[in-house]
Design a protein. Sequence first.
Lengths: 114, 114
Amino acid sequence: AQTVTQSQPEMSVQEAETVTLSCTYDTSESDYYLFWYKQPPSRQMILVIRQEAYKQQNATENRFSVNFQKAAKSFSLKISDSQLGDAAMYFCALWENTGNQFYFGTGTSLTVIP
Amino acid sequence: NAGVTQTPKFQVLKTGQSMTLQCAQDMNHNSMYWYRQDPGMGLRLIYYSASEGTTDKGEVPNGYNVSRLNKREFSLRLESAAPSQTSVYFCASRSTGHLPHEQYFGPGTRLTVT
C-alpha cells in the first residue's frame, strides 16, 4: 500500500536559519512524483516544490530545496534563510503515474521564531 | 481565472441535517477531488472524479455522496450529518493533459456538526 510518513509533527527554526523537514514514502512504482505543499493559517494549500522520480537532480525553488533519496524512499525539504512567512503546516505528497490519487502525509507544523 | 472555488466557507449543521458542498474550477481540468482534513491526520481522500461522468471512492467515502455535474463542477453531499464529519473539506482539481500533475486546491470549507 502506498504510504507517506512525516515523523515530525512539529518543528521550529530561528528566523534566517535553515530547517529540514523529513518525509518517507512507500511505493512499488518506478514512475511517480513527490510534492511539498504549504498550508498557512489561511488554510490555502500552496505548492512549494515538486520532484520527478526519474530525475536524479534535486529540485530547487529559491530558498526551498529537496533531498531526494530514491533508494531510501526519502524526500526531505530544506528551507534556507527561514522567514516569518514560512510558518505553516507542510505536507508531503506522492503521486503515482499508474494511479489517480495523491497520498498525503500527516503534516509538519513549522514555527519560525523571530 | 478564479481557479478552484468552494462554497460555503463555513457551515454549522445539526446532527441529521443534510447539505451539499459546491466546488467549481475554471481551468478545464479533467480530474477533481474531495478531501477532508482533520488534526493529526493530514488530507484524506473522500471521492474523486477522473473525468466528467465518472466518480470513484477514496479512503473515507462513508457518509458522503458526490456528483460530477459537468466538467467544471463537483459537489459533495452529506445526507445525514454526524459529529464525526466535523472537519475542513477541500476540493481540488488536476489536469491530466500534461505534466507535472500537481493539484490546485480550493480555499476549504470548515464544517461543524453539533
